[in-house]
Design a protein around this ligand. Sequence first.
Ligand SMILES: [Ca+2]
Length: 286
Amino acid sequence: MRATPNLVNTLTIKMHGTSSALHASRCSACKNGIAEPLPFSMAFQPVVDTSSQTVFAYEALVRGLNHESAASLFSRLNPDDYHVFDQACRLKAIIMAANLGVPATGASLAVNFMPGAVYSPWACLRQTLRVAHENNFPLSQLMFEVTESEEVRDPAHMERVIAEYRSQGFAIGLDDFGAGFASLNLFSELTLDFVKLDARLVRGIHRRPRTEAIVLALVALCRSLNVRLIAECVESFEEYERLRQCGIDLMQGYLFARPMFEQLPTITWPTSHVPLGKIRTLALVA
Ligand SMILES: [Ca+2]
Protein backbone atom coordinates (compact mmCIF):
# COMPACT_ATOMS: atom_id res chain seq x y z
CA MET A 1 0.00 0.00 0.00
CA ARG A 2 2.67 2.45 0.96
CA ALA A 3 4.59 2.23 -2.27
CA THR A 4 1.49 1.89 -4.42
CA PRO A 5 -1.03 4.69 -3.84
CA ASN A 6 -4.61 3.59 -4.22
CA LEU A 7 -7.15 4.72 -6.74
CA VAL A 8 -8.37 7.84 -5.10
CA ASN A 9 -5.36 9.13 -3.23
CA THR A 10 -4.03 10.69 -6.37
CA LEU A 11 -7.21 12.50 -7.26
CA THR A 12 -8.71 15.86 -6.71
CA ILE A 13 -12.32 16.11 -7.75
CA LYS A 14 -14.09 19.44 -7.92
CA MET A 15 -17.83 19.58 -8.33
CA HIS A 16 -17.95 23.34 -8.50
CA GLY A 17 -17.53 24.93 -11.85
CA THR A 18 -18.81 21.84 -13.65
CA SER A 19 -21.83 22.62 -15.80
CA SER A 20 -25.14 20.84 -15.38
CA ALA A 21 -25.07 19.99 -19.09
CA LEU A 22 -21.83 18.15 -18.50
CA HIS A 23 -23.38 16.32 -15.54
CA ALA A 24 -26.27 15.26 -17.76
CA SER A 25 -23.99 13.94 -20.47
CA ARG A 26 -21.96 11.97 -17.92
CA CYS A 27 -25.07 10.50 -16.34
CA SER A 28 -26.29 9.54 -19.79
CA ALA A 29 -22.96 7.81 -20.39
CA CYS A 30 -23.54 5.74 -17.25
CA LYS A 31 -27.07 4.77 -18.27
CA ASN A 32 -25.84 3.64 -21.65
CA GLY A 33 -23.16 1.42 -20.19
CA ILE A 34 -19.76 2.19 -18.78
CA ALA A 35 -16.97 2.94 -21.17
CA GLU A 36 -13.40 2.38 -20.06
CA PRO A 37 -11.39 5.52 -20.77
CA LEU A 38 -8.21 3.43 -20.71
CA PRO A 39 -7.42 -0.26 -20.24
CA PHE A 40 -7.00 -1.32 -16.62
CA SER A 41 -7.33 -4.19 -14.21
CA MET A 42 -7.42 -4.69 -10.44
CA ALA A 43 -5.18 -5.95 -7.67
CA PHE A 44 -6.59 -7.12 -4.35
CA GLN A 45 -5.16 -6.60 -0.87
CA PRO A 46 -6.77 -8.06 2.24
CA VAL A 47 -7.86 -6.24 5.37
CA VAL A 48 -7.41 -8.81 8.11
CA ASP A 49 -9.01 -9.35 11.49
CA THR A 50 -5.97 -10.13 13.61
CA SER A 51 -8.04 -11.29 16.59
CA SER A 52 -9.72 -14.12 14.66
CA GLN A 53 -7.06 -14.44 11.95
CA THR A 54 -9.67 -14.13 9.21
CA VAL A 55 -10.00 -11.85 6.19
CA PHE A 56 -12.35 -8.97 6.92
CA ALA A 57 -12.30 -7.50 3.40
CA TYR A 58 -10.40 -7.40 0.13
CA GLU A 59 -9.64 -3.90 -1.11
CA ALA A 60 -9.74 -3.53 -4.89
CA LEU A 61 -6.87 -1.38 -6.18
CA VAL A 62 -6.77 -0.19 -9.78
CA ARG A 63 -3.73 -1.19 -11.85
CA GLY A 64 -2.62 -0.93 -15.46
CA LEU A 65 -2.59 -4.08 -17.58
CA ASN A 66 1.16 -4.25 -17.06
CA HIS A 67 0.73 -3.76 -13.30
CA GLU A 68 1.28 0.01 -13.50
CA SER A 69 0.34 1.94 -10.38
CA ALA A 70 -2.87 3.89 -9.91
CA ALA A 71 -0.84 7.12 -10.02
CA SER A 72 0.58 6.18 -13.40
CA LEU A 73 -2.90 5.45 -14.75
CA PHE A 74 -4.37 8.69 -13.50
CA SER A 75 -1.54 10.70 -14.99
CA ARG A 76 -2.80 9.51 -18.39
CA LEU A 77 -6.48 10.10 -17.65
CA ASN A 78 -8.40 13.17 -18.78
CA PRO A 79 -9.97 14.77 -15.66
CA ASP A 80 -13.31 14.83 -17.51
CA ASP A 81 -13.19 11.02 -17.46
CA TYR A 82 -12.68 10.63 -13.68
CA HIS A 83 -16.36 9.99 -13.07
CA VAL A 84 -16.73 7.35 -15.78
CA PHE A 85 -13.46 5.76 -14.72
CA ASP A 86 -14.57 5.65 -11.07
CA GLN A 87 -17.72 3.80 -12.14
CA ALA A 88 -15.81 1.46 -14.46
CA CYS A 89 -13.35 0.62 -11.65
CA ARG A 90 -16.01 -0.35 -9.19
CA LEU A 91 -17.92 -2.46 -11.70
CA LYS A 92 -14.77 -4.30 -12.74
CA ALA A 93 -13.86 -4.80 -9.06
CA ILE A 94 -17.23 -6.43 -8.36
CA ILE A 95 -17.05 -8.70 -11.41
CA MET A 96 -13.47 -9.78 -10.70
CA ALA A 97 -14.11 -10.32 -6.98
CA ALA A 98 -17.17 -12.42 -7.81
CA ASN A 99 -15.09 -14.53 -10.22
CA LEU A 100 -12.36 -14.93 -7.60
CA GLY A 101 -14.89 -16.30 -5.11
CA VAL A 102 -14.93 -13.43 -2.61
CA PRO A 103 -18.64 -13.88 -1.74
CA ALA A 104 -18.02 -17.46 -0.54
CA THR A 105 -15.20 -16.32 1.76
CA GLY A 106 -17.63 -14.17 3.74
CA ALA A 107 -15.21 -11.24 3.41
CA SER A 108 -16.35 -7.90 2.02
CA LEU A 109 -15.10 -6.19 -1.11
CA ALA A 110 -13.76 -2.71 -0.31
CA VAL A 111 -14.12 -0.26 -3.18
CA ASN A 112 -12.56 3.17 -3.27
CA PHE A 113 -15.12 5.81 -3.83
CA MET A 114 -15.24 9.52 -4.66
CA PRO A 115 -18.58 11.02 -3.62
CA GLY A 116 -17.58 14.24 -5.35
CA ALA A 117 -17.75 12.36 -8.64
CA VAL A 118 -21.32 11.27 -8.04
CA TYR A 119 -23.89 13.57 -9.61
CA SER A 120 -27.02 11.69 -8.69
CA PRO A 121 -26.57 9.07 -5.95
CA TRP A 122 -29.36 6.86 -7.23
CA ALA A 123 -28.43 7.11 -10.92
CA CYS A 124 -24.84 6.23 -10.13
CA LEU A 125 -25.83 3.37 -7.83
CA ARG A 126 -28.05 1.72 -10.42
CA GLN A 127 -25.09 0.29 -12.34
CA THR A 128 -23.51 -0.99 -9.14
CA LEU A 129 -26.72 -2.74 -8.08
CA ARG A 130 -27.20 -4.24 -11.53
CA VAL A 131 -23.67 -5.60 -11.80
CA ALA A 132 -23.74 -6.97 -8.24
CA HIS A 133 -27.02 -8.72 -9.00
CA GLU A 134 -25.80 -10.14 -12.32
CA ASN A 135 -22.71 -11.55 -10.61
CA ASN A 136 -24.46 -12.86 -7.47
CA PHE A 137 -22.46 -10.50 -5.30
CA PRO A 138 -24.30 -9.87 -2.00
CA LEU A 139 -24.77 -6.15 -1.38
CA SER A 140 -24.08 -6.76 2.32
CA GLN A 141 -20.50 -7.70 1.35
CA LEU A 142 -19.78 -4.39 -0.39
CA MET A 143 -18.06 -1.57 1.47
CA PHE A 144 -16.96 1.81 0.17
CA GLU A 145 -13.92 3.81 1.23
CA VAL A 146 -14.44 7.53 0.80
CA THR A 147 -11.41 9.68 0.12
CA GLU A 148 -11.48 13.38 -0.46
CA SER A 149 -8.07 14.82 -1.09
CA GLU A 150 -9.15 18.41 -0.65
CA GLU A 151 -11.56 20.36 1.49
CA VAL A 152 -15.09 19.20 0.87
CA ARG A 153 -16.88 22.17 -0.60
CA ASP A 154 -20.29 20.61 -0.69
CA PRO A 155 -20.72 18.54 2.50
CA ALA A 156 -24.50 18.41 1.99
CA HIS A 157 -23.94 16.65 -1.34
CA MET A 158 -21.57 14.20 0.29
CA GLU A 159 -24.03 13.54 3.10
CA ARG A 160 -26.80 12.78 0.58
CA VAL A 161 -24.57 10.40 -1.33
CA ILE A 162 -23.43 8.58 1.79
CA ALA A 163 -26.97 8.35 3.19
CA GLU A 164 -28.17 6.81 -0.07
CA TYR A 165 -25.39 4.23 -0.02
CA ARG A 166 -26.03 3.30 3.61
CA SER A 167 -29.75 2.97 2.90
CA GLN A 168 -28.85 0.27 0.37
CA GLY A 169 -27.07 -1.66 3.12
CA PHE A 170 -23.51 -0.87 2.07
CA ALA A 171 -20.89 -0.20 4.72
CA ILE A 172 -19.25 3.15 4.15
CA GLY A 173 -16.22 4.70 5.75
CA LEU A 174 -13.47 7.27 5.48
CA ASP A 175 -10.08 6.47 3.98
CA ASP A 176 -6.93 8.14 5.36
CA PHE A 177 -8.60 9.13 8.61
CA GLY A 178 -6.46 11.54 10.60
CA ALA A 179 -4.86 13.07 7.49
CA GLY A 180 -5.67 16.49 6.11
CA PHE A 181 -7.92 19.13 7.52
CA ALA A 182 -11.26 17.75 6.42
CA SER A 183 -11.44 14.36 8.02
CA LEU A 184 -12.43 15.32 11.59
CA ASN A 185 -15.15 17.59 10.23
CA LEU A 186 -16.43 14.82 8.01
CA PHE A 187 -16.24 12.36 10.89
CA SER A 188 -18.44 14.63 12.99
CA GLU A 189 -20.97 15.27 10.21
CA LEU A 190 -21.38 11.88 8.57
CA THR A 191 -22.74 8.58 9.81
CA LEU A 192 -19.99 6.08 9.09
CA ASP A 193 -19.43 2.37 9.57
CA PHE A 194 -15.63 2.38 9.58
CA VAL A 195 -12.57 4.57 9.22
CA LYS A 196 -9.12 3.71 7.92
CA LEU A 197 -6.35 5.22 9.98
CA ASP A 198 -3.97 7.28 7.88
CA ALA A 199 -0.60 5.65 7.19
CA ARG A 200 1.22 8.50 8.93
CA LEU A 201 -0.40 7.49 12.22
CA VAL A 202 0.67 3.88 11.75
CA ARG A 203 4.23 4.20 10.48
CA GLY A 204 6.70 3.61 13.33
CA ILE A 205 3.99 4.00 15.99
CA HIS A 206 6.04 1.86 18.41
CA ARG A 207 8.73 4.56 18.43
CA ARG A 208 6.40 7.59 18.61
CA PRO A 209 4.56 8.04 21.92
CA ARG A 210 2.72 11.18 20.76
CA THR A 211 1.36 9.34 17.73
CA GLU A 212 0.36 6.45 19.95
CA ALA A 213 -1.52 8.85 22.25
CA ILE A 214 -3.47 10.20 19.25
CA VAL A 215 -4.25 6.69 18.04
CA LEU A 216 -5.46 5.64 21.50
CA ALA A 217 -7.77 8.67 21.56
CA LEU A 218 -9.11 7.82 18.09
CA VAL A 219 -9.71 4.21 19.18
CA ALA A 220 -11.78 5.48 22.12
CA LEU A 221 -13.63 7.95 19.89
CA CYS A 222 -14.50 5.26 17.36
CA ARG A 223 -15.66 2.86 20.06
CA SER A 224 -17.95 5.47 21.54
CA LEU A 225 -19.54 6.08 18.12
CA ASN A 226 -19.63 2.39 17.13
CA VAL A 227 -17.30 2.94 14.16
CA ARG A 228 -14.81 0.20 13.19
CA LEU A 229 -11.19 1.34 13.00
CA ILE A 230 -8.80 -0.19 10.44
CA ALA A 231 -5.04 0.42 10.50
CA GLU A 232 -3.56 0.38 7.00
CA CYS A 233 0.04 0.25 5.81
CA VAL A 234 1.12 -2.03 8.66
CA GLU A 235 4.53 -3.24 7.60
CA SER A 236 6.45 -4.34 10.67
CA PHE A 237 5.85 -6.71 13.52
CA GLU A 238 6.53 -3.87 15.98
CA GLU A 239 3.81 -1.72 14.41
CA TYR A 240 1.41 -4.66 14.51
CA GLU A 241 2.07 -5.35 18.19
CA ARG A 242 1.72 -1.72 19.23
CA LEU A 243 -1.49 -1.31 17.24
CA ARG A 244 -2.92 -4.34 19.00
CA GLN A 245 -1.89 -2.82 22.30
CA CYS A 246 -3.87 0.24 21.28
CA GLY A 247 -6.92 -1.98 20.79
CA ILE A 248 -6.94 -2.21 17.00
CA ASP A 249 -7.66 -5.62 15.50
CA LEU A 250 -8.45 -4.79 11.85
CA MET A 251 -5.28 -4.21 9.83
CA GLN A 252 -3.99 -4.07 6.27
CA GLY A 253 -0.46 -3.89 4.96
CA TYR A 254 2.60 -5.64 3.62
CA LEU A 255 3.13 -7.46 6.93
CA PHE A 256 0.07 -9.58 6.07
CA ALA A 257 -0.09 -9.45 2.27
CA ARG A 258 0.89 -7.21 -0.63
CA PRO A 259 -1.70 -6.40 -3.26
CA MET A 260 -1.86 -9.22 -5.80
CA PHE A 261 -2.69 -8.57 -9.44
CA GLU A 262 -6.01 -10.16 -10.43
CA GLN A 263 -5.80 -12.62 -7.53
CA LEU A 264 -6.55 -12.91 -3.83
CA PRO A 265 -3.24 -13.12 -1.97
CA THR A 266 -2.54 -15.58 0.83
CA ILE A 267 -2.01 -14.08 4.27
CA THR A 268 1.16 -14.27 6.34
CA TRP A 269 0.10 -14.16 9.97
CA PRO A 270 2.52 -12.77 12.55
CA THR A 271 3.89 -15.66 14.59
CA SER A 272 3.39 -14.15 18.03
CA HIS A 273 -0.29 -13.74 18.75
CA VAL A 274 -0.83 -11.01 21.33
CA PRO A 275 -3.85 -11.61 23.59
CA LEU A 276 -5.92 -8.61 22.64
CA GLY A 277 -8.11 -8.08 25.72
CA LYS A 278 -5.20 -8.18 28.15
CA ILE A 279 -3.03 -5.79 26.19
CA ARG A 280 -5.86 -3.33 25.58
CA THR A 281 -6.33 -2.93 29.34
CA LEU A 282 -2.61 -2.50 29.93
CA ALA A 283 -2.32 0.12 27.21
CA LEU A 284 -5.29 2.12 28.37
CA VAL A 285 -4.14 2.38 32.00
CA ALA A 286 -0.51 3.10 31.09
CA1 LIG B 1 -8.33 2.92 0.06
